[in-house]
Every structure is written in structure tokens, then in C-alpha cells.
Ligand binder design. Structure first.
Ligand SMILES: [Zn+2]
Ligand SMILES: [Zn+2]
Length: 397
């Protein structure tokens, strides 16, 4: 997710009253409220005009979720969406027609998301039409995706639902990035932002708990040894820099580098030293149930870096789990979005694992079986011209 997107999400979180950081909500004084799987909507007059119903729901849920939005609550919110493939038969999996010819980045992203069972369950079970106010000028993004998920796993044609997704994204002013780059990661960040703007706070809170990390950071001053701590950075997809290179490093090593690094120009809040670099290390205080890793292959000049980063089926984040995080943090690969070509033009495909564990390559409409070994071998850019760009990982239970 780009910093820009993160800022705007932060802003909408502030607007939604979710600004309490994980740590200050953990104060004993913070009142812990019981969370039910279904947001309670009693007392909302559904006969009122759409706009006012939405406002009332928002108000009610805002009151309900502030101020005790703590780590334990976050885990509880994530756990209301179970991990199983019920209602998602392997036989239903299908390619998606590239209806306008320029949407392969979206097909590859959505195909990968549709293979995150908790994403589908969240859409189908926790965003009911009666909790949503669909405005003609701004159709609800979660609703069109729910309809797509339902069509996809029913095994019937997804064409109509996919056209509706395109229409809704356009109506909500989705624009391809600068220079015409059509980027699945940008699209994902945009989706998260739309969810945060359009959904009742309780629904978005469940989504965020499922998909976002909370990272606690501590920064050590080399000059005096003082460690200053900052809790509660919320991050969606991890955007991993491929520089500096790590000799022989795999994805886990790059994630490690992403979480721990040197900071310059940082003033120590104990001795005031600003001249020396400080060591910052971040630990996972909340582990999401599934998340995306972006390998940052495109620089601001639009150049593509195809350097191979090997990855395994298992991504073990136990060593970077914060002491106060009780959730085992081992992950398995569940989908990969790959890119071929240059930053200016190219093609995206998805490799996704199905309900039965079988991997498939989805290339627009076509669907071909793959071995797991072939998926892992795609890390090597020499295999077929496609380079992995987004990797989805699912928490192992
Ligand atoms: Zn909706
Ligand atoms: Zn110091």
C-alpha cells in the first residue's frame, strides 16, 4: 500500500473514531466491551431515508467501538470470520474473461482475493445488504465484490458480476496510476480505502483485523543506549524494498529487513542526539489471518526490477512476534500475482491455491493446473517471463 493510501486510511479511521492506538487502549482503564459477530442494529429505524439510516448505523457502531479498540478485541474481531471453504467447491474455480482488454491486473488481483476463503466469507456473511446503503452515484464496492464472490463459487458465469464490478469501480472514480500503470497493488490499496469509507465501522474493523498488521516499533540510540518505543502502527500489505540486496536472502530475510532497519535524522528523546543513526526494530503485535506482500519492483521512474527473490510455502514470522502477541504467526502461501513485461506495458496472471490444495494458474479466461514446485519455481525470473509481484499468505492454524 502506498504511503498516500495509508495516510488517507488513517484520516478516515480518525473520522470513524478508531484512533485509539493498540497500546493506549490496553490501559486497564479502557472499558472492554463484548463484541458479537453480527453488529447489533436494533433501534435503527430502517424506514427512514437511506442516508439517515447509514448515519445512524455509523453513529451506533462508532459509539460501540470506541474507545476500547485494543489488541485482544482485534483478535476477537478477526476470529468471528472462520477459516473454511464451506460453499466454495473446487469444481467452481474458473478463469475470468478480460472483458475490456486492459483489466488483467484486476483479474489477477481479484482471482487471488477470491482464493482467500476468509475474504469471501467476510463479504458474504459480514456485509449484509440490509447494513449497506447503496447510492446510485457511488455503488458499494463491497457489495459488487460479494456478488462476484457468490457468482464465482456458484460455478456459474461471472461475466455479469464482473461487469458490475467494473461499473462500480468507475463510478467510484477508480483511476489507473500515473503514467497509465495498471497496478494490482494500487488497486488493492484503493479497495481497502473504499471499504474504510463506505462500510459501517464495525464491518471495516473486522476486515482490518483480518488483514492488517499492528506493528510495535522500538528505536535504539547508539549514542546513549536509550530505547524509545512506539506502539500500534497499522499496516496492510507489506511493501518490501528489494534494495539493498541481501546475499542469498529469501523473502523471509527481506521481510526481516523491512521490519528492522537504521533510521537517520532521528532525535533521541533521552540524550537529544541526532547525529548518529538509530536502530529501529518492529515486532508484530497483531498478526492478521491473511495478508499481501508486495515486492516493490517498479521505481518512481517506472523501471522494473526483476531480481529473483526466492520464497517458500511457509513464511515463519514467529521470531518477529511481539511478546504481548499470543497468536502463532506462521503463514502458508495461498496466491501469487505475477507480472511480465515492462512497467509501461505487460500482463498480470494469478497462481492460486484451491479448496483442495491444488494450485492453478489463472490467465484471464484460462485455467491450468500447477504443482506447488512450479509455483515456488516462479520466483526465478527465467521461468516463463513472469515475475512474482504480490504474494498472499494465510495464517496456519
Ligand atoms: Zn454494500
Ligand atoms: Zn540517546
Amino acid at each position: 500500500m502506498s504511503p498516500r493510501t495509508r495516510t488517507s486510511i488513517k484520516r478516515s479511521r480518525e473520522a470513524a473514531g478508531l484512533t485509539t492506538t493498540a497500546a493506549d487502549a490496553d490501559e486497564p482503564s479502557a472499558k472492554v466491551q463484548k463484541v458479537s459477530a453480527e453488529p447489533e442494529l436494533k433501534g435503527v429505524d430502517v424506514t427512514a431515508s437511506p442516508r439517515s439510516v447509514k448515519d445512524k448505523i455509523k453513529l451506533k457502531l462508532r459509539t460501540r467501538y470506541t474507545p476500547a479498540y485494543n489488541l485482544r478485541r482485534r483478535r476477537r474481531l478477526a476470529s468471528v470470520v472462520r477459516l473454511d471453504w464451506n460453499g466454495m467447491p473446487a469444481s467452481a474455480q474458473q478463469g475470468m474473461r478480460n472483458l475490456t482488454g486492459v483489466l488483467c491486473y484486476r483479474s489477477a488481483l481479484l482471482q487471488s482475493l477470491l482464493h482467500q476463503p476468509q475474504f469471501c466469507l467476510w463479504l458474504t456473511s459480514y456485509h449484509e445488504p440490509q447494513h449497506c446503503i447503496w447510492a446510485e452515484e457511488t455503488p458499494c464496492v463491497a457489495c459488487v465484490l460479494r456478488n462476484l464472490a457468490k457468482a464465482y463459487w456458484s460455478g456459474e458465469s461471472v461475466d455479469a458480476a464482473y461487469v458490475a464490478v467494473d461499473k462500480a469501480f468507475k463510478a467510484n472514480n477508480w483511476q489507473n496510476g500515473m503514467g497509465g500503470q495498471q497496478d494490482p497493488e494500487e488497486q488493492l490499496g484503493w479497495l481497502v480505502q473504499k471499504f474504510s469509507e463506505q462500510l459501517p465501522v464495525a464491518h471495516f474493523a473486522v476486515f482490518e483485523s483480518l488483514t492488517h498488521f499492528v506493528l510495535d516499533s522500538s528505536t535504539k540510540c547508539i549514542a546513549c543506549g536509550h530505547i524509545s518505543s512506539k506502539p500500534g502502527d497499522i499496516e496492510g500489505s507489506l511493501a518490501i524494498d528489494l534494495l539493498p540486496r541481501i546475499k542469498g536472502g529469501d523473502l523471509a530475510a527481506y521481510v526481516q529487513q523491512y521490519l528492522s532497519y537504521n533510521v537517520t535524522d532521528y532525535k533521541c528523546d533521552f540524550c537529544g542526539d541526532k547525529a548518529t543513526d538509530k536502530k529501529r526494530s518492529r515486532k508484530i503485535a497483531h498478526s492478521p489471518d491473511f495478508f499481501a506482500v508486495q515486492l516493490k519492483r517498479f521505481d518512481w521512474q517506472g523501471k522494473k526490477d526483476s531480481y529473483p527473490i526466492p520464497f517458500n510455502r511457509r513464511l515463519d514470522l514467529e521470531s518477529v512476534r511481539a511478546p504481548n502477541n499470543e497468536t502463532k504467526s506462521k503463514y502458508d502461501l495461498s496466491a501469487v500475482v505475477l507480472h511480465s513485461g515492462t512497467a509501461k506495458g505487460g500482463h498480470y496472471i494469478s497462481m492460486s491455491r484451491g479448496p483442495d490444495g491444488q494450485w492453478w494458474k489463472f490467465d484471464d479466461r484460462s485455467k491450468l493446473p500447477l504443482t506447488e514446485a512450479a509455483v515456488l519455481a516462479s520466483a526465478n525470473k527465467k521461468s516463463g517471463g513472469f515475475t512474482p509481484y504480490l504474494l498472499f499468505y494465510q495464517r496456519v492454524r
